[in-house]
Design a protein around this ligand. Structure first.
Ligand SMILES: C[S@@+](CC[C@H](N)C(=O)[O-])C[C@H]1O[C@@H](n2cnc3c(N)ncnc32)[C@H](O)[C@@H]1O
Length: 271
């Protein structure tokens, strides 16, 4: 399941559980005198969360139960407000682009990395020295998992959120220790806004962003992408209208994963 969908469903579960608790309290107050003890309210909320998260995978059912416990624990332990500030700061360091660019940080799955490796393997008889760019590279997971592929000459990662960027920097530091010499410069991390970059400098442009920016991706790729280059988008497609308006062709769609399939969309400039 896409991570945006997961977040939306987790929120929906908590809203439904809150509504359920409200109805329970209304019904119970006909027979019992409020206010009700905290632990009964918590139990009702947990029951609602368990009920409404039933269609989700077991991992997300577990998270749905942890959220009420976390909120209850926070208030019960009267945690100092400064910790709220610390959490807000950490969230900003990780997710600042969620607010500024409508693209929060979450990572590509292993399925994507495997799929791209397959594509690179298939390309190897024809191509070499390919330049790949991950626009919004997060902690660099994709880059570091593809860096050893011989078809790639350079992998560029653009990122502006502080914490993912510094995680990627740390990974680069350890990676360079393990790969001294020429290949040390194979990965280039740049703390810059990818909308300000020239997308024409790459053979393979990878994006895992959000539905809100796909029209802008189409415009940017339409302007910048070279004729033989590829734009690969994970999970989020460009609309037919935007493809037509910016002279892009959807050349392939790969379905990844079996239990919960996601998609990889392949685009090239129209000829
Ligand atoms: C969904 S994450 C994908 C991370 C990584 N590409 C991956 O697949 O694992 C998108 C990333 O893009 C970054 N981002 C969003 N807008 C950006 C911008 N204009 N310039 C640079 N990074 C940006 C976010 O901070 C976030 O880390």
């Amino acid at each position: 399941m896409g991570q945006l969908k997961v977040i939306a469903r987790l929120l929906a579960v908590q809203l439904a559980a809150g509504l359920w608790l409200f109805i329970l309290v209304l019904i119970a107050s006909k027979w019992l005198e409020p206010p009700f003890a905290d632990h009964w309210l918590l139990l009702g909320w947990l029951f609602g969360a368990a009920l409404f998260s039933w269609p989700l995978k077991s991992l997300w059912r577990g998270v749905s139960l942890i959220i009420p416990l976390f909120v209850y624990g926070w208030f019960a332990l009267a945690i100092a407000p400064i910790w709220g500030l610390v959490i807000a700061l950490v969230l900003w360091l990780v997710y600042r682009n969620g607010a500024g660019h409508q693209v929060p940080f979450y990572r590509s799955s292993t399925d994507v990395i495997t799929a791209l490796r397959i594509w690179l393997d298939e390309s190897s008889p024809r191509a070499s020295g390919l330049r790949l760019a991950d626009m919004g590279c997060g902690d660099g997971r994709l880059l570091f998992n593809l860096a050893d592929h011989p078809v790639l000459s350079t992998l560029y990662g653009y990122e502006t959120a502080w914490l993912p960027y510094w995680l990627a920097r740390w990974r680069l530091f350890t990676w360079q220790k393990r790969h001294p010499g020429k290949s040390a410069s194979k990965i280039q991390l740049v703390r810059q806004d990818f909308w300000q970059q020239d997308w024409g400098a790459f053979d393979l442009v990878y994006v895992y962003l959000s539905p809100a920016v796909m029209a802008k991706v189409a415009e940017k790729a339409g302007q910048g992408l070279q004729q033989q280059a590829w734009l690969v988008s994970y999970e989020f497609a460009i609309s037919e209208q935007d493809c037509a308006a910016h002279h892009l062709t959807l050349t392939d769609v790969w379905e990844l994963g079996e239990t919960d399939p996601t998609r990889l969309y392949w685009y090239q400039k129209s000829v």
